[in-house]
Design a protein around this ligand. Structure first.
Ligand code: GDP
Ligand code: MG
Length: 162
């Protein structure tokens, strides 16, 4: 069976950039505007012969109202559809209260989620990641999506051997 990977997290943490790297397309909209992708977007990727489906979402703010509520709904639908949930955070911005709220929301779903600290470029990745460990995720991946760094080893770890 083809595993389904959902990308969730606050707007602007780099979900669409990671989606593009994982699918090697320019399909997902990458923008400097928070929350531009308002519904789910599906793509197909491959790692070492193992195919997977990846779902990009508009992002959760942790405090959902109006359009945020629709983005949150789409994100939670993506989580339900997924075999693997990747919760992205911004290693430059540091830990935010929104991240904590989303972490709690994900915990309530009972789905195993992995924490992905993005934007670790230009700083010590371990320092960038340190404050996120308190979110209590068992597996933490350090990546720089826009530099295609850390993604292959993350996929190698996540995907069953082909
Ligand atoms: P999304 O809202 O979560 O989908 O975030 P985007 O993928 O649209 O990215 C938001 C911004 O972060 C864009 O300006 C990206 O170029 C930038 N970005 C994404 N990944 C990285 C990264 O690894 N390092 C840095 N420095 N910037 C990144
Ligand atoms: Mg996006």
């Amino acid at each position: 069976m083809t595993p389904v990977i959902a990308l969730v997290g606050r707007p602007n943490v780099g979900k669409s950039t990671l989606f593009n790297q994982m699918t090697r397309t320019r399909d997902a909209l990458v923008a400097d505007f928070a929350g531009l992708t308002r519904d789910r977007k599906y793509g197909e990727g491959q790692y070492e012969g193992q195919r997977f489906i990846v779902i990009d979402t508009g992002g959760l703010t942790g405090d959902e109202e109006g359009i945020d509520a629709e983005m949150a709904r789409q994100s939670m639908l993506a989580v339900e559809e997924a075999d693997i949930v990747l919760f992205l955070v911004d290693g430059r911005a540091g830990l935010t209260s929104g991240d904590e709220l989303i972490a709690n929301q994900l915990r309530r779903t009972g789905k195993p989620a992995h924490l992905v600290v993005n934007k670790t470029d230009g700083q010590d990745p371990d320092v960038a990641a340190s404050e996120f460990y308190q979110l209590g995720f068992e597996s933490v991946y350090l990546i720089a999506a826009s530099h295609n760094r850390g993604i292959r080893s993350m996929l190698e770890d996540l995907l069953p051997a082909a």
